[in-house]
Design a protein around this ligand. Sequence first.
Ligand SMILES: [Zn+2]
Length: 382
Amino acid sequence: MFRVTGECGAARAAVLSTSRGSLPTPCMLLTARSGDLHSLTPDAVGRMAHPPGVMMDPMDFLDQPKPEGLLEYNKGIGTFLGLQNCCLIAIPRDPVAYAYGTKPNTKNSVYVMTHNGARMVTPEQYTNVIQAMKPDYYSSLPDESRITPEYWHHISLRCISLHKDRGLECSLFAPITGGMYRDQRSRSAMESIKRDVAGFSLCGFATGETPEERPALLESALQHLPPEKPRLAVGLGSPDDVLEAVDSGVDVFDSGFVHEVSAGGYALSFAHCLQSDAKIDPDSGADDLKINMWAQEHRDQRPPVEGCSCYCCKNHSRAYIHHLLQVHEMLAEILLHMHNVHHMGQFFDAIRSSIQEGKFADLKSKFSERRRQAMACDRGNV
Ligand SMILES: [Zn+2]
């Protein structure tokens, strides 16, 4: 169930409810790759302020564990992974390692990359995995973004048919495709709203379009979608992308950006709310978004981000994180990921509050102004 609780322009604050709890939106789902939350343990996830939502790619479970084994287990992938208290959303895309240059779909199958290599996947195989995973929500396989009318929505319609025939209890999202073509995205949205689905998954973003092209592509689809159903987009996880997409009416995001930042040895430090006035310390390997913990200057006992209440910042110093990175200890990434997830969580808290208070435009413009000032400062230092 999805209930809108506040609006500010096209931006919406809402609650997405499942049997495992509720997700306030706009929100970021933690991306689990092959079931791994960037080495965050279920215990660490359980200690977060609110049980987060988790996004998984069903293609990760085509082979290991096999759907037959999971089906026999019968408790679903959430319980299998110790994430039984988290809302699970299955989306057929990995936001961290998107496969470029793939083959086109056929009328009856989709070309995907898995950890066992490339393969064609049919709606039947895909639905077998979903049936075994038992997520709360999932998206059907997407059709090709630009294709002849003969192939139009053939695969997603087959997925919807299988969903009904098998009586799946999870809720289904319809994929909105269309790639770089506004007319195709409009057409895909208009077709999708005819289906009996719980929400919509906006496919193919951050795969080649420029940030300037993106708002029009989003708008071409979102203008047709009913306001009472949630919209999810994969690939738009940076703070700039999130603000633009929320402003267009997107509700749910992935954590691919946070994965990349953590893997790079960065601690997010941007001003995440209207009241925040984060200062950039140019001597600490920082820019206006993040601090580079690899920088040699980090030899002091300050927390990675001063004033942060996350486990990493409350218990560890910059010098310690820097040391862990230098000796290639995986704990560095784990601790940085805990901080970065916490920081983005506070950013989404601020977004939701600003929508409820009618101040989302202020938050977005203040963030953009800080970014402009920082970039102008960088150019001045060249
Ligand atoms: Zn922190």
